[in-house]
Design a protein around this ligand. Structure first.
Ligand code: SAM
Ligand code: 2KA
Ligand code: SF4
Ligand code: MG
Length: 240
């Protein structure tokens, strides 16, 4: 069963969320059921790079990971696009586990797949109003309920924040799922600048502003506030 792959890269650090800083490889799948206004990976779904999509068997993906990362990695993050569109991704997840890898997944929580049960670090990133997307809470409730029943692996929620309405959305998420770790991530509204010298002070100011705002919030209490760490090092560069 082939998987549409947009890019494979690493090793690098996981720049976001629950395992920030962890050494990992990335497999980025093509295709998304959303079209977030500020998506930093539009090339996975807007058709601009459709010729670069490779249909790959799990074994070919593992070979490509080895080619890029040699023997130097033990963790693979599957992102996209939305990898949860792919019912047969279980073949890749199982193969990576057979090779002793830990497997992480980045998805927005719009679709459930049974293979979620086998993911070691699963990030659900439901989309706030600024994205232009609407959350189907019946699906998200089902996913979170199913993940809470599983024996193995960790999962968390990560909400990207651009504006006040996004914080209100995050408050709602925190109150609806009080037992799930919640990460608030600074939204990046400058997707062009690759030069990190320019990018860093701008991003730091945005991070500080979000911290200040969350500190004075009486609902967002048990949260973590994070930047996209990889952008501090490498700006908007691809494949890092
Ligand atoms: C490109 S998405 C792919 C996985 C999945 N479609 C999702 O959105 O969770 C990976 C992560 O990047 C985040 N992201 C995308 N664009 C961003 C931006 N401009 N600023 C901050 N985070 C962003 C998403 O919210 C998500 O958590
Ligand atoms: N270093 C690094 N960390 C990341 N965390 C989530 C990413 C993504 O685009 O899904 C990402 C990415 O593209 N690079
Ligand atoms: S759900 Fe993820 S990949 Fe899809 S458009 Fe939104 S940020 Fe981009
Ligand atoms: Mg990214």
């Amino acid at each position: 069963m082939t998987i549409p792959v947009m890019e494979i890269f690493g090793p690098t650090i996981q720049g976001e969320g629950m395992v920030i800083g962890r050494k990992t490889m990335f497999v980025r799948t093509a295709g998304c059921d959303y079209s977030c206004s500020w998506c930093d990976s539009k090339f996975t779904w807007d058709g601009s790079e459709k010729d670069a999509i490779r249909k790959m068997e799990p074994e070919e993906i593992f070979e490509a990971l080895k080619e890029a990362g040699g023997e130097n990695f033990g963790h693979v993050t599957i992102s996209g696009g939305n990898p949860a569109l792919l019912a047969r991704l279980d073949g890749l997840v199982d193969l990576l586990h057979e090779h002793g890898m830990k497997v992480a997944l980045e998805t927005q929580g719009s679709k459930w797949q049974d293979w979620f049960i086998h993911i070691d670090d699963l990030t659900l990133s439901p989309k706030p109003p600024s994205s232009g997307m609407k959350t189907d809470f019946s699906v998200l409730d089902f996913i979170i309920d199913s993940l809470q029943r599983k024996q193995k692996g960790e999962f968390s929620l990560k909400v990207v924040i651009f504006e006040e309405a996004d914080l209100e959305y995050a408050q709602h998420i925190h109150q609806r799922y009080p037992d799930v770790e919640l990460f608030l991530q600074v939204g990046n509204d400058d997707l062009e600048t690759v030069e990190e010298q320019e990018f860093l002070p701008y991003s730091l100011r945005r991070y500080e502003r979000l911290i200040d705002r969350v500190m004075e919030d009486d609902i967002l209490k048990d949260v973590r506030v994070l930047p996209q760490l990889h952008t501090y090092l490498w700006g908007n560069k691809r494949g890092v």
